[in-house]
Write a protein that binds this ligand. Structure first.
Ligand SMILES: [Zn+2]
Length: 188
């Protein structure tokens, strides 16, 4: 399972935690599997990543929906390596099809999915803590993530409460209205 996690891009601290290995063991194992030393520095910790854009929100919602559905079917409330690997594999399969079918959703790099497994692991903790919550859109019925946090409360459907700018990026409706308000004085 540690090998599988590393192949999917998981960094040593996550492998240590989920597979009950020491830090040293995880780093050594990482070097064997990936053929290079792991990236240094902090793990992803931006708690607002899922609401920074409609694009991020779609990917976070897809992945966390997998986690929730698998948890419910298996009656497995706790996060373990098997659950993370299963959900991330389904997410990456679905995402590669979306990326292949729709040109307007472009991955930042051909090799990486928009939601990296390390960030995915962090998002699970936000869902468990209740910072991220599932909403169902009243219009399109999509299940998406909203945020309830002391810093920010946010809930907009990433499918229908968006508009597309000239470069083809999907932007939140709220960002649009803010932009319109800002533009008004100069337009007159
Ligand atoms: Zn909607």
């Amino acid at each position: 399972m540690a090998k599988k996690l590393i192949q999917l891009g998981a960094r040593p601290p996550i492998v240590s935690q989920l597979c009950h290995l020491t830090r040293k063991q995880s780093i050594a194992f990482f070097k064997t599997v990936q053929g290079k030393a792991p990236k240094q520095g902090m793990l992803p910790h931006d708690h607002q990543w899922a609401i920074r854009s409609a694009f991020n929100n779609i990917h976070a919602s897809l992945f966390l929906s997998m986690i929730e559905d698998i948890r419910q079917r298996l009656c497995a409330p706790n996060l373990n390596a098997t659950l993370l690997v299963a959900a991330y594999e389904i997410y990456s399969n679905v995402t590669s099809r979306i990326l292949a079918d729709r040109q307007f959703i472009q991955p930042r790099s051909g090799q990486h999915y928009p939601l990296d497994i390390n960030r995915a692991w962090y998002l699970i903790s936000l869902l468990s803590a209740g910072d991220l919550v599932f909403m169902v859109c009243g219009r399109c019925r999509a299940r998406y993530l909203g945020m309830i946090h002391p810093d920010v409360s946010f809930s907009q459907c990433p499918i229908c409460e968006v508009w597309t700018d000239r470069s083809g990026r999907r932007r939140w409706v709220s960002a649009k209205s803010k932009k319109l308000t800002l533009n008004k004085p100069s337009a007159r």
